[in-house]
Design a protein around this ligand. Structure first.
Ligand SMILES: C[S@@+](CC[C@H](N)C(=O)[O-])C[C@H]1O[C@@H](n2cnc3c(N)ncnc32)[C@H](O)[C@@H]1O
Length: 244
């Protein structure tokens, strides 16, 4: 199974999370990490530019990469609307490296959980390592399947440019041994099925992920829960900050 944001899922992401949208304090967190620096930044899984565009406005020298051409096209349109320019690359993270280039690589909003296999995740970490400059920093946000209930289903209608899109989201499977969940999301317009997105999210234990990062050469690591916000008692996001 390949996770892919096609046309409607990308449009929906952009409509519900346009550039500048903050999710649980992540925009301020990334601003605080990146504004003091002058080197190059890579956002891996850039999507529609939700974070890249506000960061560009703060003069961060940021490049975006995403394997979904549909997302890249939306990101380009969003840049154009703001009269901004950025280097955008359409490629899979498992294939991309640019030796000794980036001072920071950031992977916000669970894009890393979307890497379908362990093998792919490990290859991607090796690429990140090679692409960072010495002493460069890798920041990865991971989520845990704390709310996942197999068989649960929800649907909602979202309107984009006068089109009503009915979204049906089924939580299909949780595999506790191989550590992944699968959702099937169907998108309908005028009662006709337009797109199906099968979504496999892999998760990692906190200690396990620190060990994986160390095994790939990363060091001086720490992790942060919910961007340091102690009022949220559920563990929603764990952010790993490691050095090359
Ligand atoms: C949840 S969106 C996050 C977008 C953006 N980073 C944000 O914070 O709003 C995840 C993005 O990761 C991209 N992605 C998933 N797997 C990828 C891969 N193997 N290579 C490159 N991009 C990938 C998806 O296409 C999607 O645009």
């Amino acid at each position: 199974m390949e996770n892919h944001y096609k046309k409607i899922s990308s449009l929906l992401y952009n409509s519900t999370k346009p550039p500048g949208t903050d999710i649980d304090g992540d925009l301020n967190f990334y601003k605080s990490q990146l504004l003091p620096i002058e080197g190059k930044v890579l956002e891996a899984g850039v999507g529609n530019g939700r974070l890249l565009i506000p960061l560009l406005k703060y003069k961060v020298d940021i490049t975006g990469i995403d394997k979904s051409q549909e997302m890249i096209d939306i990101c380009k349109e969003n840049l154009k609307k703001e009269n901004l320019q950025a280097n955008l690359i359409c490629d899979d993270l498992e294939n991309y490296k640019e030796k000794n280039t980036y001072e920071y690589i950031i992977v916000p909003n669970a894009s890393f959980n979307l890497l379908e296999t362990r093998q792919k995740a490990l290859k991607t970490l090796e690429n990140f390592y090679d692409s960072l400059i010495d002493n460069g920093t890798l920041i990865i946000d991971l989520i845990m399947p704390i709310e996942f209930r197999s068989g649960s289903f929800h649907e909602y209608v979202h309107e984009i440019e006068d089109k009503k899109i009915l979204v049906k989201n089924l939580s299909k499977e949780i595999n506790w041994v191989e550590q992944y969940t699968i959702n099937q999301i169907d998108y309908f317009i005028n009662d006709k099925l337009q797109e199906t997105q099968e979504f496999k999210l892999s998760w990692y234990g906190t200690k396990e992920f620190c060990d994986i990062l160390s095994s790939k050469g990363f060091k001086d690591g720490l992790f942060l829960i919910n961007y340091g916000n102690k009022t949220n008692l559920n563990i929603k996001t764990i952010t790993f900050i490691f050095k090359k």
